[in-house]
Ligand binder design. Structure first.
Ligand SMILES: O=S(=O)(CCO)c1ccc(-c2ccc(C3CCCC3)c([C@@H]3C[C@@H]3c3ccccn3)c2)cc1
Length: 235
């Protein structure tokens, strides 16, 4: 796809996430939520008294591919179907067929001021020669934009988020055309570094994150399972 002004930034951040996703969560991470295959971890980090806790979630979803999960996460037209924490979302620029810039208004979380966000969103397939299925990923990364002016009282969020997915095919039939949804599953890793962009009471923000991230991941993945149930498998 065509080169654009953010090509180098996108490449750098994608490579950083591909390294980071391998880091294990054994030291310094707290398991804050577990629901079946979903495990949500958090590290407690503050920058100048602002909570910027990194979040890492591992989940295995039966019946969908990593491409399907990433596609529904990246595509604009589905966002308001599964995102319950947004007042609005819109694409303000398309940089290439796989990289767009979103401007979003996030629902206000009392007593904090309302947050808005402007980030480039990039979807990519990383094909491995050895493994049979490629890795699909989406990265959302804050960027300034003339069409997303910072306007008080909204506070600009700073986010660096990645959704990285592998597809597992159990008992692959000889002919790939015979693969059924009961033989596929997606192993996803979701990482989020969100800086609220201004002061929020630490306990309140940690409470919101602990409640909202698992809820949003469960709702999003269930939405994709529902939407793909009777559709041909998108590998
Ligand atoms: O995965 S994404 O890229 C999907 C793009 O639509 C993404 C997900 C979540 C956020 C996010 C935005 C605002 C807030 C707070 C900050 C102060 C007041 C609201 C939070 C905090 C962590 C808590 C939270 C977690 C999940 C959902 C909503 N709330 C998170 C941003 C991007």
């Amino acid at each position: 796809n065509g080169k654009h002004r953010l090509t180098d930034d996108v490449e750098r951040i994608v490579q950083e996430h591909l390294q980071y996703v391998r880091e294990d969560v054994s030291n310094g991470w707290d398991l804050i939520h577990q629901d079946g295959e979903m495990k949500v971890y958090r590290r407690e980090v503050e920058e100048n008294g602002i909570v910027v806790d990194p979040l890492k979630c591992f989940h295995t979803i039966k019946g969908v591919t990593g491409h399907e999960i990433c596609r529904y996460f990246w595509e604009f037209q589905y966002r308001m179907e599964w995102e319950t924490t947004l007042d609005s979302t819109k694409i303000i620029e398309a940089l290439d067929p796989d990289t767009v810039i979103f401007f979003q208004l996030h629902k206000r979380v009392w007593p904090a001021a309302q947050r808005d966000s402007c980030f480039w969103s990039h979807i990519r397939c990383i094909s491995h020669s050895d493994e049979d299925q490629p890795t699909w990923l989406v990265v959302n990364y804050t960027t300034p934009h003339p069409l997303a002016p910072i306007k008080s009282p909204q506070v600009r969020l700073v986010a660096n988020v990645a959704l990285i997915c592998e597809t597992i095919i159990s008992e692959p039939p000889l002919d790939p055309k015979d693969i059924k949804r009961e033989n596929i599953q997606c192993k996803l890793t979701y990482v989020a570094f969100v800086n609220p962009g201004g002061w929020v009471p630490s306990a309140a923000l940690r409470g919101v994150a602990k409640r909202e991230y698992p809820r949003f991941l469960k709702r999003f993945t269930s939405y994709v399972v529902e939407q793909t149930r009777n559709k041909p498998i998108l590998f």
